[in-house]
Structures are given as structure tokens and as C-alpha cells.
Ligand binder design. Sequence first.
Ligand code: DON
Length: 300
Amino acid sequence: MPPPSSGGIALISMLNMMEPMFFDSVGWHSAQHIQMLAEVEKRAYADRSVWLGDSDFFEVPQEKLLSTAYAARRMADYDSLSVTPSDSIYPLNDRELADIQIETHESEETTHFSVVDKWGNAVSVTTTLNWSFGSYVTVEGYGFLLNNEMDDFSSKPGEPNSFGLIGNDANAIEPKKRMLSSMTPTILTRDGKVVLVVGAPGGSTIITTVLQVINNMVDFGMPVHDAVNVPRFHHQWRPDVIYYGPGAISHETMLVLRNMGYEFEPRYGYGEVNAISRDKIFGGWIGAPDLKTASHGAAY
Ligand code: DON
């Protein structure tokens, strides 16, 4: 529960403080167990005394208190073998709180996010710098990077770009022309209602990644988590090979396909899918991040 209760923030901050602790070998209500919780609780309640109140009257630093950086800072003086007396645990002061840097993850290259609100409105967004840190040029005073999107143009007919994609006149460089992208932010509807919001980074593999998530769900009946997290493969015409992720194609299947004339090449990294799908049974929404990556889902 959010302010004016301290419950939600204190609970989550304590769970964050407990995150690095191992409970497997700790007996329930053993001295060790009680020491672990007591040390966490003291620290959370110390900050409760100063930093929590009705947020209509007091600016509660909610984001900070809920961050893992805060938990790490708060537990910096924790020792699993000793007691820190309450007299030496102070609420963090303004400066100490300000020094806590909240970690935000932003992809170095292409980012996809999917959103659905409580009314079922959906947004599917992909944005790209092309390669990591784009052109490495930051706009002074604004702090954002310029892309290196010129690579998405076809520099010469038949000449592959950095993703191995071939292009021609349609995608030749011309003044004021925009380069051909593979970004595929997608919303699937059934009877006018959103059933899937999906997209991914991954250069040339973006399109086949989204294709396979849809194919997995619609034609193979997979729940969205499986549809996103099963391994994938990819063919982009040139080179004439099937790229495959770890575990995507069994040895036997590959033998059959090799006999048919297909060539294979292992490849890592097939986009970080971020999908949301309607739960068929309960009717709510399920966020399905690609668990192999830094993606994550959240509900508010
Ligand atoms: O728009 C495109 O197709 C490329 N700029 C995408 C590049 C990309 O996804 C790289 N990151 N994973």
C-alpha cells in the first residue's frame, strides 16, 4: 500500500535488503534468521521515521526508497555475525539519500516497450540508435546520443549492411530519404480488442522474432511467456543459412533439414521481446519479458 501507509514502501525496501541473503541453510526462527530480519527491520523503520508521511503534504522519496541501490546503501554496514545497535542506525539524511543513484536500464542500441492501460488501450514502441551508442556523438547540453542509422540504407546494390541485409535502389541513400528499418512494433486484435502487444530489438532478426512469437501463440497455442522465451531461428534470404539460437533445433531435425539442403549457423541474441497478452482465463494482462535478457514486465 502506498503512502499514507508506510506498509508498501517499507515492505518492498525490506525485501530488497533481504534479496542478497541466503535463507536455504537458515533454520526458521533460528538466531541467524532472527538476526537477519531484525537488522533489516531496524534500518527500514529508521528511514520510516523521517522519510514517510502523507505524500499530499510531504514529498516522499518513493523511487529512491524502493530502489535496490537504496537497499544496498542501507545494508552497507550489515554484518551477518553481529548486532548494529539502534543507537548507531540513523535515518539517512538529505545528502545521503541524494547520493543514491537509481539504476535505470536503457539499451545501448534498440529498445522496445509494450504498454496496455486498464481500459485496454495499447502502445507498442520500438526506437533505435542502430548499434551500441549509435555514432558515439552526444548532443551537447541535451545529453542524448545521435544514431548511426546510415547503415540501414543500402550503400550499394547487393552490398550487405552490418546485419547482412541486402538492398537496392528502393533503399539507396538520397537527400531527405529515410532509411529502411526492420522495427516491427505490433498490436494484434481480435474482434476489435487487443490480444497481444509485441516487439523487439535485434536488427534484421526483429521481424522474424515477432513473427515467431505470433506463430507460437496463434498457431501453437503457447501461453505468451513460452511464446516469448522458447528459442528462435532466423532466415533472411542472404546469406542462405538458417541461424539458430541455443536449443532451437534438435540434432535430429537438423540432420533431416541438412539432407533437404538447408545450411545452419548458430547465433546468439535474437531480440529482447517485450510482449503483453490478455489472459484467456482470468481476463487480465500478462507481461512477458524475454528472460534471457535485461527485459522485464511490471504492473501498476
Ligand atoms: O531499424 C533497424 O532495423 C535497425 N536500426 C535496428 C538495429 C537494432 O535492432 C540493433 N539492436 N539490437
